[in-house]
Structure formats: C-alpha cells, structure tokens
Design a protein around this ligand. Structure first.
Ligand code: LLP
Length: 387
C-alpha cells in the first residue's frame, strides 16, 4: 500500500501526465524542519528553485521561512508570493546588472556575491542607486559532497564562490566597497547529499575559513550553510520525511558560532521532494524477446532528473496487483535517454494503467520544458481532491 492509493479513483478522471502534491505530507515535513531548527534558533530560506508553485510557497511563507532565489525572476516571484523582501536572499554565479539593480531596489536581505569582480559590480550599482547594500560572500570550501558531478558545487574546480587563496584580495575589495555591508558568509557544496560526514566536514571547514577571514579582519553576523540534505529516492514511503533532527544536531555540534551570529540554512529538496509524484498513464506495452517496455505518456520533458543525472525515482503501478513482471519504463520522446528505469518490477501492466513516479516534488516541475513542443505538465494538490 503506498500513500497515493486513496487518490487513484480521482486520478482516473484527470488528464495525464500531471504532478500531484500531497500537501499534508508537505506540511508535516515543513513543521518537522521548523521544529528541529528552532531548537537552536536557526533560520531557513527555502530554495525556490526546487519547487516554485504557489500553494507550496504559501506553506513555506506561513511557516516563517524566507526565500532563497537564484534569478531576478525568482526574486520577483518570491515577492509576489508574499515573502517579505527582508527575508529574501539572492545567489547566482551570473547575475546581470538588471537583476542586481532590481534586487537593490527591493532591499532584499542580501545579495550573495560569488566572485570578487561581482562585489565590485554590486558596489558600483549600489553607488549609482545612491544606497548601501547588504551582501553575503559565498565561499568555495573545496569539499567533495559525494553526490552526482552535475550537482556538486563546492569543489575548487566548480564555478561557485570565492576560494581561500583570494581572501587577501577579498579583504582589499571589501574595504574599498563603501556602498556595501558584509552581512553573511555563505557556503553550499552540493545537492542530494546522503553522506552525513560531509556536513560535519563542511562545518569544520567553515570554522577554519572563518578563522582565516578573521585574520584579514573580515567578519559577518550570519553564517549560511546552504542546502543539500538528500532524500531517500529508493523508499519514499519508508522515509517520507528526512532526519532533520540529525541534521540540525550535527550543525549544532560542529559549527563554531561566534557571539551574536545567526545560522541560516537553505533547504530545497529535503522539504518538497517526497510530497510530489508524476502521475502518468501507460500508452503501450511492448513485449520483446529480451526486454519488455512500458511506454508512458510522461517524458523527460516532464521530469528531467533521470535523463540528466541518471536519477532513479521509485516507480509504482497504481492500477493492478497482478503478478510482477520486469519492464524498462520509457517516455515518448525520441531520445534514448528518455527512460525512467530499467528492469523495473511492476505488476503485469496493460495499456491505460496508471503509474506514479515518486519523489518528484523537487526539481521536477521547475525543470520541465517544452521540447518537442509538448505541453507543460499541470499540477493537482491533495487539498483540492475529495476522496
Ligand atoms: N542554496 C543554493 C545556493 C543552491 O544552489 C541550492 C541548490 C540550494 C540552496 C538548495 O539545495 P537542496 O537543498 O535542494 O539540495 N536540479 C538538481 C539540483 C540542483 C541544486 C542546485 N542548487 C537536481 O534535480 O538534483
């Protein structure tokens, strides 16, 4: 029995493929995160890039979370969805002058600078606007998060952040930047991190980096550890909520917080992944000599993660309990990478059966696209479905 079963009669009447969000699970997850975090007085900025749907943002906003944005449009969307500007942070390795100017005009909590050159640019744009701007500095801690190479961001070879060898220059630049105030030090080393010691190493490394920055007379009131906490893609029903207690306890034990400093985190996936599923219908079943294929009406345009990161999302057949059979579950796009799973065991499947691709709430809908001129998937929320 999985947690979607009770919604299946309602799914039968909806046009597939679509995203379905279990809002009760979302609220439970957010409440758990908030509860564990507030033991230590930590604050969260939800990473909008994981899922920016309005009902999802409403839950985050009502929990008191701020917004972590990575484009000018995300900043505007967060404001439109009621996040107070003073709770919005804005990171990106490539902000345009226009995006920076908008962020300055809205007086967001801070602009997260990713290079020394960017600090210069933000300073000039602040001067041009006749104001002083709060910034944070993203540091590159050179840590391997042991995750997929495309979502590794904290190694020196990655494009993100400022490396320790630049700290001398950073000090000079900050001193000269008369229109900036340094508010925070920021790190984010990668996403879907399931190896707990990585977070310990990150805290220890940030302690060292802070000491080094102090020796250059650089100090900040806030420390941000970014996001990255991974979820259980293999067993979403067994682990619907990640172990936030362990995560925040670990930070508390290993991060050296100086008097007056606040700790921030930027969770994305850990809050929204498990509450979302792609609901799709079987178009065809091809029984071959070597393999059987189930061809579904959702493709990589609806959920890109398997094609882009070889991600394995749990696949469940919702229509029958027939004896199991092995299938490759593939989409309709003419790309061989459009495959959701190989050699997957499903109850014997027929045309018209419903299938759920689980843990799709994070980086699912936000990464969907119109390749092949396909329609974008729609979204339904458990709160609106009467069962
Ligand atoms: N903060 C910053 C600065 C980030 O770049 C990210 C994610 C987060 C926070 C949130 O990280 P999370 O808690 O969600 O791991 N599309 C990829 C994931 C890209 C993550 C990008 N940055 C995927 O589908 O796996």
């Amino acid at each position: 029995m999985n947690m979607l079963t009770r919604f299946v009669p309602a799914f039968e009447n909806l046009k597939t493929p679509f995203y379905f969000y279990d809002m009760e699970l979302l609220r439970r997850t957010v409440a758990d995160c908030k509860n564990e975090m507030s033991r230590y007085g930590y604050q969260a900025h939800y990473a909008l890039k994981a899922n920016a749907n309005e009902p999802v943002l409403k839950v985050m906003r009502e929990a008191g979370f701020g917004a972590d944005c990575v484009s000018g449009n995300e900043v505007l969307w967060a404001i439109k969805n009621g996040f107070p500007p003073e709770k919005i942070v804005y990171s990106s390795v490539g902000k345009t002058d226009e995006e920076i100017t908008h962020a300055i005009r809205h007086r967001i909590f801070c602009i997260n600078c990713e290079s020394t050159q960017e600090i210069d640019v933000v300073n000039s744009l602040a001067a041009a606007a006749g104001t002083t701007v709060d910034i944070s500095v993203r540091l590159n801690p050179d840590i391997d998060p042991h995750t997929h190479q495309y979502i590794t961001t904290g190694l020196e070879e990655n494009k993100f952040g400022i490396s320790p060898w630049e700290f001398g220059r950073l000090a000079d630049i900050l001193k000269a930047a008369t229109h900036l105030r340094l508010m925070a030090l920021h790190v984010h080393v990668g996403s879907q991190i399931t190896d707990w010691p990585v977070f310990q190493r990150l805290c220890e490394r940030l302690n060292d980096l802070q000491d080094l920055l102090c020796s250059y007379d650089i100090q900040a009131n806030h420390l941000s550890l970014g996001g990255g906490l991974g979820v259980d893609y293999a067993d979403p029903d067994g682990h619907p909520v990640v172990d936030f207690k362990r995560y925040f306890d670990l930070i508390y034990r290993h991060l050296k917080v100086r008097p007056g400093q606040t700790v921030h985190v930027e969770p994305g996936r850990s809050l929204v992944a498990q509450c979302g599923s792609v609901i799709t219908r079987v178009l065809y079943v091809k029984n071959g000599q070597k393999k059987n294929f189930v061809v579904i009406d959702a493709g990589m345009t609806d959920l890109l993660r398997p094609a882009l990161y070889q991600a394995q999302h749990a696949i469940r057949q919702l229509s029958s309990q027939a004896p199991p059979e092995r299938y490759d579950v593939v989409g309709p796009i003419c790309e061989s990478g459009d495959c959701f799973g190989k050699n997957i065991s499903l109850p014997q499947t027929r045309r018209g059966d419903l299938i759920a691709i689980r843990s799709a709430g994070a980086y699912g809908q936000t990464m969907s696209m119109r390749y092949n001129l396909r329609d974008l998937p729609s979204a339904y929320y458990s709160d609106d479905i009467v069962v």
